[in-house]
Structures are given as structure tokens and as C-alpha cells.
Design a protein around this ligand. Sequence first.
Ligand code: SF4
Length: 308
Amino acid sequence: MMCDCCPRMCGADRENGGIGFCGASDKIKTARAALHFWEEPCISGDGSDRSRGSGTVFFSGCNLKCVYCQNAPISRGAAGAYIDILRLAEIMLELQDSGAYNINLVTPTHYVSQIRSAIDISREGGLKIPIVYNTSGYERPEIIESLKGYADIFLTDYKYSNNEDALRYSGVGDYVEYADAALSRMVRLAPLSFDSDGIMQSGVIVRHLMLPGKLTEAKNILKRIFTLYGNSIYYSIMSQYVPPGKENIQPDFPPELMKKVSAREYSKLIDYADRIGITNAYIQDGESASESFIPPFDLEGVFRRCIR
Ligand code: SF4
């Protein structure tokens, strides 16, 4: 069957050995499955000693190819190991046993059917914690609909206010239409709710990673989404963009992205969010661009533990 999991609809025959534009075959490839403490506090805890973390599974491959990707070792598909659906189900249960608040599936789009099967199996085995679908936002609305009863929380990027930027930086000329359509389904499927410790049980968090020099575009995104959904969702406004190191840079890398986001432009964006009425927001402090939120993709948690 030709794959049409994502808006690329590249038609790869993955069941018969084909590899999609995203780099995925029919086998699930994952680079890490472990507790992660650097998501928004309602996902991974408030950073105190009591925080239990988010049970995060990092999948390899990606249907976007952002020139500035902050997770390039896995998005380009090199890092990672193959596992089957049963092992993915076991991983979810192991993460729950480790105390995770949720199962956080990072870049899941190209494995969505295997993920649904793994969730079915792990729920039969006792999985109770919420499932977080952590996506670039470049999704087919039908696929988001298919997650009804599977995903509880959508942690979704909203990257661009216009398709010119989407084409230049991620190679897709229809990002905005798909991100809008997908987001509307997410909001319908996942009304906000929290447990008594403030950990999200259901809801939508829209993340925008501000890019250098893109203040107007970032404001346009916030304005558009807030006009539609107000404070019925959460907003995560991120300043942690870092340009790729010289060793990873492609010859055609856009020169305007060769710098960090300035404190001034980020602060203007936060002021703007406040002015238009956004109250459900996570913002980052000035140190964020120099901190590493990216864990090692060292296969931790991917394989079954051998007990001697
Ligand atoms: S998920 Fe991958 S294989 Fe499927 S349509 Fe998208 S890019 Fe192609």
C-alpha cells in the first residue's frame, strides 16, 4: 500500500521495502525511550525534585526537513534502532512503571498506524497514563482524526505564518493550510484538563520556536491562533533557536538564520502575546538558547533489559 500518512503523500510502498521521504520503512526506528525533564512543566513536571518526567520516545525520521533542525541526528534518520510493535508497547509500560506522567511520542507521524496498535496492546497490559502526540504540525487532518481515543494531548509546533518561509526553511509550500486544518481537529479532540498537581491530562499546546528576524511572522501566528482558540489551549513561545554548527551547515543554508534570536525581539513577542490576551503561555528565560534540551540519542530504553 502506498503511504499517505502525511501531507507529503509521497506514495512510498513501505510494506514492500520502500522508504518514504521521511526516511521511514515499515519498521519502527527509535533512538531513545526515557524520562525527559525538559518539556513544558505541565508535561514533564516543574523541575523540582518531585518531578517525575515525561516518558519520551524519540522516533527516527521526519516528514519535514527543516534546514535548521535541532534534532538532525534523528530527523535525518541516521540514529536509532529498529523495534517491532510489541516492543513499542512494552516500552510504554516500562516508562509508566518508571513513574512517567505520560507517554510522549516525538515525531510520530510516519509511524501512526504502528503507534495506534502499540497503544492498544499496552492499554490491554495496563497503560493508564495520557498519550502525548508531539508533532511538527505538518499533519493530514484525517490522520489527526484517527487518533481519537489514542492521543490525549497534542504538543504541536506551529512553525510558519506563511508558506514562503515554509518552503524556504522546510521544503513544503502548503504548511499553513495543513497546520491550520490539523490544529482545528486537535482542539476538537483534546479539551483542556489537568490533574491536581497541574499535570496535563488532555489538551493542546501550540509551540512556536521563534526564528531570528521573524518577529512580525511570530506575532501573526499568535494572533491568528489566539483569534480562533483564545485561552482554550496553551501557547509555548520558544527562544531556544540555535544556528547549526559549522560542521553541520549545508552550503545553501539561509544566511538570515545564522544567528540566535535576540533578547529584544523575543521580549517584544512576549509583550505582544500579553497585549492580545494570551494568559496560558509558557515562555523561556534568556539562558535557554545556550542550554541543551536535546538528550543523547544513545538508544537508552530502546531494547529489552537483560536480567541475569
Ligand atoms: S509519512 Fe513518510 S512515507 Fe508516508 S507519505 Fe509522509 S513522507 Fe511519505
